[in-house]
Each structure stands twice: as C-alpha cells, then as structure tokens.
Design a protein around this ligand. Structure first.
Ligand SMILES: [Mn+2]
Length: 284
C-alpha cells in the first residue's frame, strides 16, 4: 500500500452555533471529513472550537455533533490519526475523546510531519491575552467553579453557554475586531518561537479570519478561517511534496456545499516555504 501522505488541519467549525447554516455546517463538515477519509490520509488536526460549546460530564457527553464523532471514529478505524487541541469554546473535556482514540494535545504543539516542522494551536492566549480574557479563562478552568457548573441541569448549563457564545461573538464581530498583523500577540509569539527554533509552518484558528503571513525567517504564519456562513476552510499538507495548500475559504454562500478542491480551484492557495529542513539536535 502507498504511504499515507496527506495531513489536514481545520478549526472553528462551531458546531451547534445557531445561525443561518446550523445544520448545514455539520453536513459540510461531515462531507469534508468523508472526502478526507482514505488510504492516503495520514492525520487530521482539529485546532479548536470544533464545537460552539462542548461540556463533558464525567459520565455524560453532549449529543451535538454525534455524527461528526462517528465519522472521526471511522477515520481512526481506517488508520488515520486524529488530534484535537481544545479551543476556548470546547475546552471542557475529561477523557471522552481519548477514550475514542483521539490524541488530545495542548497548544503550542510542536511536531514534525514529513520533514517539515509545525507549531500548532488554537491561537488564543499564546503571546499573552488581555486581562478580561485571562480572567475568563481562569473562571473556565477553575476546578471549584467547574464542579459547581457540572451540578447545573444541562438545560441551564447549555442555555447559559449558548447565551455566552452568542454575546462573545457579537463582541468580536461587532467591534470589527481584525487580526492586528505584526502587533498581534499571537504573531509576536510566533516570531519569538521562530527566533529560537526552526519552524516551517505555524497554523492556528480562533480569529475567524483568513490570515497568511510570513515570518522574517521565511516560516509561514497561517490562521484558518471559520466555517460559519458556508465555508469549509482547511489546510492540507502533502508530505510527498512538502507543500501546504489552503482550500475552501472565501466561499461566503450561506448553505454552500462542500466540493473536493481541484487543482484548478482558484480558491486553492499554496503556502509553501522554501526553507531547508533543519534536522540538527536543537530542533526536537
Ligand atoms: Mn472560535
């Protein structure tokens, strides 16, 4: 059998977020995952906020996105490695994903794939966060508060969470928040990492924006757009060619359907780096 050489990355699907394309988003993700399932696929990296709200109780898990989980299990049965970095909307996991065989990993996650080095994450918090956001994360992670929250009836817990999610989105989009480029803490984080070690590709989510930049060393800095409103943005790294391609972004049609990217698709963007691969011991 030919070697597995395709590695996919995606983030910010926000399953369960009420919107013009609620069910459509799950269908789009399913279709996309199905098209990724095959003997050439090596791994799939889910870079956070796959669920708009995931809250796992010790013995109970949410029903949202059950078919997505079924497809992920199918992919793993087919020999594809699935990795999940929790985002700020789906950080409340205990051991369910691991029990299915998903590798739950923390950001920043450094890995080597096909001779290229990657730094992966959801993208919030890295490089520092504003006080209000830091406090929010402290609340989210506080064991006592988590314990209390787990005691709420799920109707109430999920109702509160959905309201929070809706309002946080308003804040984000309402303020017209844009990724601030080189002054953004995440970019500064990547720059400082880049100065210390060899990384070819930095890939994140969280900003709900399509960002493609280069660092002074030539490393690529990529933020994957969200799946809200019809898109299917994802990155594909081919270990056979060492090239990274971004597809499925910029198709802002509500309910837009997934179609496998073709070489001729103008929305396919190549994001290669010509840096030679550094295999020296300092790069682990
Ligand atoms: Mn998000």
């Amino acid at each position: 059998m030919a070697e597995r050489h395709l590695v996919y990355f995606l983030a910010d699907v926000h399953l369960g977020l009420p919107g013009s394309d609620g069910q459509g988003r799950e269908e789009r993700l399913l279709a996309c995952l199905k098209s990724m399932t095959g003997p050439e696929t090596k791994a799939l990296y889910l870079l956070g906020d796959i669920w708009d709200f995931w809250y796992e109780y010790r013995d109970v898990v949410p029903r949202r996105g059950a078919r997505v989980i079924a497809q992920l299990v199918h992919m793993m049965d087919e020999g594809i490695e699935v990795y999940f970095i929790p985002g700020n909307h789906d950080m409340w996991c205990y051991s369910y994903f691991e029990s299915l065989g998903i590798h739950r990993i923390d950001q920043p996650y450094f890995t080597e794939i096909g001779g290229k080095s990657f730094c992966l994450g959801h993208g919030d918090e890295l490089g520092g966060a504003k006080r209000g956001y830091r406090f929010l994360l402290w609340v989210f992670r506080n064991r006592v508060l988590r314990c209390l929250f787990s005691g709420l009836h799920p109707w109430l817990a999920f109702g509160l969470a959905d309201r929070w999610s809706g309002s946080s989105r308003k804040v984000k989009k309402g303020n017209g928040y844009k990724f601030a480029g080189e002054s953004e803490p995440l970019y500064r984080f990547a720059s400082s990492v880049d100065a210390e070690r060899h990384v070819d590709f930095f890939i994140f989510g969280h900003f709900h924006e399509d960002v493609r930049m280069s660092l002074p060393s030539g490393a690529r800095f990529i933020i994957l757009d969200d799946w809200i409103d019809g898109d299917t943005p994802h990155a594909l790294f081919d270990t056979a060619t060492g090239s990274l391609t971004i597809s499925g972004a910029g198709l802002r049609s509500p309910g837009g359907s997934w179609r496998p990217p073709s070489q001729a698709d103008p929305r396919r963007i190549r994001c290669d780096t010509d840096r030679p691969t550094d295999r020296s011991p300092r790069y682990r």
